[in-house]
Design a protein around this ligand. Structure first.
Ligand SMILES: *Cc1c(COP(=O)(O)O)cnc(C)c1O
Length: 352
């Protein structure tokens, strides 16, 4: 507390990211980082971008990256917004598009940054409960609201919503923005990008952090109707005109263009997810059906926080959320085959 703080600072509820611990031999399965490196083409493009040109400001309109996103999805540049991470794109989205007289609807169990943005921007919101199977219940969103935001696949459950449910949400809320945060969509879910030509109220947000293995680069984007994009640009250009530097722009273009690499590494992660799910089930865990690069699992006889602590003693980090309904679950990122095997062995010892 400081007497120098603005009023808003006193009521903020900052997001707590997963720990970034430096420890030799640590197996880090707590922040959904990709175990495989980024596209070699992206790395080469970034090396090539380091030079004299850095004395100049980067392109404030991110044209090359917008065109790469547009190429990838068969859209036009006017449909694309870029930001320094999808967290930043989300922040601008809350600010530009989600504050209305009626409350914002979002799942009670979802990406915990959403309530944080609500506290930052003073947005009233209603937490809509997931059903007993931890699925998003589209019927529960049929209530007066100013806007809707969900992650698909949802975080931290990993459960995906079928495309027709997203179409229903968009069709039944023609006067509200419906935001779909697709941070994990490339790990087996259906992207709502294909619905954009039918619904001008739909905004889809993706990141280069997960399936493209560039969490350290900080690039995210939104795609949607040009009216939504223009609203986002107005906020961005009132905040930071150059959110992406030249190195980021070069890396992002090459990563987006090397989609074959993204698909190949995503496929490997999906295979590992299937293997890990079966192993965890054999150890007695209930594992929610994941379409993400992590699984969400609980053991009927073992306390979630205890399990996380015992794994930590064995130098394996997983994420535990001390929150109602999910405090018995562990969120475990899919690692390399060796990391997944080490996790299964450690759990076997702990449960024995
Ligand atoms: C990881 C994640 C993000 C943030 O991604 P960045 O681009 O690294 O900020 C956004 N939404 C969800 C649901 C995520 O899990």
């Amino acid at each position: 507390m400081s007497r120098f703080w603005s009023d808003v600072v006193h009521v903020l509820v900052p997001y707590t990211p997963g720990e970034q611990v430096q420890m030799p031999g640590l197996i880090k399965l707590n922040t959904n980082e990709n175990p495989y490196g980024p596209s070699p083409q992206a790395v080469a493009a970034m090396h090539a971008a380091v030079g004299d040109d850095l004395r100049k400001y980067s392109d404030p309109s991110n044209t090359m990256v917008k065109d790469a996103v547009a190429r990838r999805f068969g859209l036009k540049r006017e449909h694309v917004f870029l930001g320094n991470s999808s967290d930043e794109v989300l922040a601008h989205t809350f600010h530009a598009l989600l504050k209305h007289d009626q409350p914002l609807l979002t799942p009670d169990i979802g990406y915990s940054f959403y309530p944080t943005y609500c506290s930052l921007y003073g947005i009233e919101h209603v937490l809509v409960p997931l059903n007993d199977r931890f699925e998003i219940d589209v019927e529960a969103y049929m209530q007066p609201c100013g806007a809707i935001i969900i992650a698909n696949p949802n975080a931290p459950t990993g459960i995906a919503l079928p495309l027709k449910s997203i179409a229903t949400l968009a069709a039944t809320h023609p006067d509200q923005v419906v935001v779909i945060d697709e941070a994990y969509v490339d790990f087996g879910a259906q992207s709502a990008v294909t619905l954009l030509d039918r619904y001008s109220n739909l905004l889809v947000i993706q990141t280069l952090s997960k399936s493209r293995s560039l969490a350290g680069l900080r690039v995210g984007f939104a795609v949607g109707h040009p009216d939504l994009i223009t609203g986002l640009e107005r906020v961005k250009n009132s905040f930071n005109c150059y959110p992406l530097g030249q190195v980021q722009q070069a890396g992002a273009v090459a990563a987006l263009d090397d989609h074959a690499y993204t698909e190949q590494t995503a496929r490997a992660i999906i295979d590992s997810r299937h293997w890990l799910t079966a192993q965890m089930q054999a150890l007695g865990f209930e594992v929610l059906p994941s379409h993400a690069n992590f699984i969400f699992a609980r053991h009927p006889q073992r306390d979630g926080a205890r399990l996380a602590a015992e794994l930590r003693q064995r130098a394996i980090l997983v994420r535990h959320f001390n929150r109602p309904r999910i405090d018995q679950f562990l969120r475990i990122s899919i690692g390399t085959d060796a990391e997944c095997t080490a996790l299964v062995n450690a759990l076997g010892q702990i449960l024995a």
